[in-house]
Write a protein that binds this ligand. Structure first.
Ligand code: PRP
Ligand code: MN
Ligand code: MG
Length: 181
């Protein structure tokens, strides 16, 4: 029961591909935020791997902070209705805030988060997401940094879970249908 590999189909992104893309994004972020403070904000739990790797790739001062939220009607997809379980420690007013996410699926989580954080009067607010599913979007999300656009398959790994599993897979892979059917 502890074997992971038999639950995975195609590897969509290897750890090396992710690392390389995050390095490219980090160079853009360094240029875009030159001369300004930078606060990275991630939502637990999916974004932890992106946060850890992106933050370490940045060769400049950053602060990091985390929120924990719970979506009501916790099914396989988020409802967009969100309750804050643990809020940020830091005051956002006047700060340059970059939201770090693992994936934009329907976009509902980020749509909620963007509004919530915008109301706290940051100097700027942008989004960095490793993955985006263009065919699953329900709301338009203006994300400044996107790692990869991917097909509308159920993917896991690199922070992304199915029933809280597979977050520890190093790359991003399509979940084998026998797992959820
Ligand atoms: C996942 C993922 C994103 C969100 C994307 O989080 O990490 O935060 O869903 O989906 P959406 O664009 O349709 O809103 P989830 O709510 O599963 O919590 P988790 O990060 O703890 O896995
Ligand atoms: Mn998440
Ligand atoms: Mg999840």
């Amino acid at each position: 029961p502890e074997d992971i590999s038999s639950d995975l189909d195609t590897v969509l992104l290897t750890e090396e591909q992710i690392t390389a893309r995050l390095a490219e994004i980090a160079r853009k972020i360094e240029a875009d935020y030159e001369g300004r403070d930078l606060l990275l904000v991630a939502v637990l739990k999916g974004a932890v791997m992106v946060m850890a790797d992106l933050a370490r790739e940045l060769e400049r001062h950053v602060e990091i902070d985390f929120m924990a939220v719970s979506s009501y009607g916790k099914s396989t997809h988020s409802s967009g209705v969100v309750r804050i379980v643990k809020d940020l420690d830091v005051d956002l007013s006047g700060r340059n805030v970059l939201i770090v996410e693992d994936i934009i699926d329907s976009g509902l989580t980020l749509d909620w988060l963007r509004r919530n954080l915008q109301s706290r009067n940051p100097a700027s607010l942008e989004v960095c997401a490793l993955l985006r599913k263009p065919d699953a979007l329900k709301v338009d999300i203006d994300a400044k940094y996107v790692g990869f656009d991917i097909p509308n398959d159920f993917v896991v790994g690199y922070g992304l879970d199915y029933a809280e599993r597979y977050r520890n897979v190093r790359g991003v892979a399509v979940l084998a249908p026998h797992v959820y059917s």
